[in-house]
Design a protein around this ligand. Structure first.
Ligand code: MRU
Length: 356
């Protein structure tokens, strides 16, 4: 499995996703600040992977702490949590992972644990978040593969693969699981302007796995659907509001509307850590605006004239009405999502027909 992020001796090591597919190089982070910078600058990206990285960064930072008393140690911990929370605003997995670390810290501190014991527990929690994420992806894959017919032509947007998680992937996990079951699958990967996660990362992962992959530019998706070349769409998510509205990579909304127009199922695969029941609908999801340079340049070449205004929202919101089903590690949620998502998060059973 791809080593998206892992502990190595006294450091957190991640594959540099900015450099793929041209070169496979690794970034070694020895401080929490280096991990935060890696998240911000997209060395590591993808909602679940961002959460995992933040947890590992906090554990790493606290391991390095020289504090002897719990007061100083607590202040340092809070600072690291704030630093991680300021990296990227949209993926709720980041805030979910920070909350997990805070809960671990609070339980250990209230239980009278020593500073060393708290360090140990934080690291254990970060490792658990990592390992659980891989397991969730595999479970999501098992549920989602049932929705993939044999000989399916599947369109995906951005990269919701092993690189975007601790391993295996969400949307690509569904595709992988279908392929592992012996189904014939062919993937159309949207290139995903401006950061090109689809062309660079999704294509790299799938080609490595021997899965039939065709890269298209984003503006080809509608035509491919109209020509009958797409049987289903599956994408990941950065945050799913309580009503089922889905924030994901910019361009996802266009794909969802096109899929509806052409009668093609539009599936979202995401772990429960991506579901944000505190956010009632998509209008409340913060959308990250990234640097103009991602739009104005490819590498060192300028594409746009000086003086043109630039917009670079990194995500959009797809209204729940366009989402055929949401695939999670606990089962498949169907509309109305305000009921089915709440049930899944609670660990409850869905009504017959909602869960598959
Ligand atoms: O800006 P990115 O590359 O972090 O955006 C990633 C996406 O939008 C993914 O589709 C999403 O995080 C799901 S990853 C399993």
């Amino acid at each position: 499995m791809l080593p998206t992020i892992e502990w190595k001796d006294d450091a957190v090591v991640m594959i540099d996703q900015r450099k793929l597919p041209a070169s496979e190089v690794y970034v070694t982070c020895t401080t929490a600040a280096e991990v935060a910078k890696a998240i911000k600058t997209m060395v590591i990206r993808g909602a679940p992977a961002i959460g995992v990285a933040a947890a590992m960064g906090i554990a790493l930072g606290m391991r390095r702490s020289k504090a002897t008393g719990t007061k100083q140690f607590t202040t340092e911990f809070q600072k690291l949590c704030d630093m991680m929370a300021a990296t990227r605003p949209t993926a709720v997995n980041l805030f979910w992972a920070i909350e997990c670390m805070k809960k671990t810290f609070a339980e250990a501190a209230q239980g009278g644990c020593s500073v060393d014991e708290i360090k140990h527990r934080l690291e254990r929690e970060a490792r658990k978040i990592h390992d659980d994420d891989v397991q969730s992806c595999r479970d999501m894959g098992a549920h989602g593969a049932a929705l993939v017919p044999d000989d399916a032509r599947i369109l995906t947007h951005c990269n919701a693969g092993a690189l975007a998680t601790a391993g295996y992937g969400t949307a690509l996990g569904v595709i992988r699981a279908a392929a592992e079951q012996g189904k014939k699958v062919a993937v159309l990967a949207d290139e995903t302007r401006p950061f090109l996660q689809g062309a660079r990362l999704t294509a790299w992962e799938l080609v490595k796995d021997g899965i039939d992959t065709t890269v298209i530019t984003d503006n080809m998706a509608g035509s491919m659907m109209r020509l009958g070349n797409v049987d289903l769409v599956v994408v990941g998510a950065d945050r799913i509001a309580a009503n089922g509205d889905v924030a994901n990579k910019i361009g996802t909304y266009v794909v969802a509307v096109l899929a509806r127009e052409h009668g093609i199922p539009f599936y979202v695969a995401a772990p429960l850590s991506t579901i944000d029941l505190q956010t009632p609908d998509g209008s409340r999801i913060p959308i990250e605006e990234r640097n103009d340079r991602e739009v104005t340049h490819v590498g060192s070449s300028r594409l746009t004239p000086e003086g043109a205004h630039i917009r670079n929202p990194a995500f959009d919101v797809t209204p729940a009405k366009f989402v055929t089903a949401i695939i999670t590690e606990r089962g498949i949620a169907r509309p109305p999502y305000s009921d089915s998502l709440a049930m899944l998060v609670d660990g409850g059973q869905l009504a017959a027909g909602s869960r598959q």
